[in-house]
Write a protein that binds this ligand. Structure first.
Ligand code: ASP
Length: 348
């Protein structure tokens, strides 16, 4: 409550003194910084424009906020690694501790944007707004969506209404919570959706409206603490389909560094019966196994087909497999206790 009044005071001070808020833009690459040979080419090099060039391409940005920036890296987001996450985490921390900065915007490739957003939603220890943004069309494309997306992301980051909503994603005039957002289309600008909950709000030409607040704990309200050089445990995702080759599955158990597996199961997180032997071996090797679903929406029912109680598995609630992996990695830094990890899946 105290913090809430403090942020209201900060915003009132900004309003009375007519000072613009200051936003730190952390640029990481992606199509928003991509350059193509022609306006209609679908082939381009992601992460080509510098942070400064990206900011210069957005008319009116400086009229709503003072902009600072850091080029964290400049990559296609498909190439981002967990050690890149630690670099970004360090920059987020720096901006969080810098009293001159009011909010943080991260430009990012859209392919893995939802993973970085959820990771930060769990580990960033700051009350300052953090907004991730990308684009589906390269900066040189006809009707490039990057400049308006970035303008809207800054508008959302500095809006007093953005208090206490966790890490956000702004794309195509919509505001999403990090936990539920996902990329649903290969090329369309309306690709980002939250199938389980819908968007949190709209942002039209910088005009922000919210309809809801995420109800899961995030940022300062989670117990996940990392440092700039934390090595995340090795967790793999196994995708289910008709006729999985159990020899290939068995071979992954040879990797003694493997600490967790997320199953992208069929339907309600279902796993074929001919894989049950594999589950027994994985659990015997101390590997923690979470069931999620490849369907893209809905909750994985606890103990569907008696899988959780029989094999000691965890039901991944309604997290997509790639996000269940992030929560499992962070949980494994704290415990191997499957009851405790199951609770994490209902809380975060
Ligand atoms: N491959 C690009 C990336 O994720 C796609 C994009 O940004 O839209 O970096």
């Amino acid at each position: 409550m105290k913090r809430f009044f403090f942020s209201i005071l900060v915003f009132l001070f900004i309003a009375v003194s007519d000072a613009k808020p200051t936003v730190e833009i952390l640029a990481t690459g992606g199509t928003i910084a991509g350059v193509a040979a022609s306006q209609t080419s679908t082939t381009y090099v992601a992460g080509s424009l510098s942070a400064q060039q990206l900011i210069n391409s957005v008319n009116g940005l400086e009229s709503i906020a003072n902009i600072k920036y850091t080029q964290v890296y400049n990559k296609d987001s498909g190439n981002i690694t967990t050690s890149d996450w630690m670099k970004l985490y360090a920059e987020v921390n720096k901006a969080a501790q810098d009293q001159s900065i009011d909010a943080i915007v991260i430009t990012h490739g859209t392919d893995t944007l939802e993973e970085t957003a959820y990771f930060l939603n769990l580990v960033a220890k700051t009350e300052k707004p953090i907004v991730l943004v990308g684009s589906m069309r390269a900066s040189t494309s006809m009707s490039a969506d990057g400049p308006l997306n970035l303008y809207n992301a800054v508008a959302v980051a500095i809006s007093p209404q953005t208090h206490n909503r966790g890490v956000l994603v702004v794309m195509n005039e919509k505001i999403f919570g990090a936990r539920n957002v996902t990329k649903t289309h290969t090329t369309n600008v309306d690709t980002f959706q939250s199938p389980n909950s819908g968007p949190l709000g709209d942002v039209v030409m910088g005009d922000v409206s919210y309809y809801s607040t995420p109800n899961r704990a995030s940022t300062t309200d989670t117990p996940f603490k990392i440092s700039n050089d934390t090595a995340l445990p090795n967790v793999a995702i196994i995708y289910e389909y008709v006729g999985v080759d159990t020899k290939i599955l068995a071979s992954i158990l040879k990797d003694k560094t493997l600490k967790g597996i997320v199953i992208a199961g069929v339907g309600d997180g279902n796993i074929p019966s001919y894989e049950h032997d594999f589950l027994v071996k994985a659990r015997k090797a101390g590997i923690v196994v979470v069931r999620s679903s490849r369907t893209g929406s809905g909750i994985v029912s606890y103990d569907y087909n008696n899988l959780d109680t029989t094999y000691g598995l965890i039901a991944g609630d309604n997290l997509r497999p790639e996000k269940a992996r992030i929560l499992l990695m962070l949980s494994l830094l704290q415990t191997n206790d499957i009851k405790q990890i199951q609770q994490n899946f209902y809380k975060y």
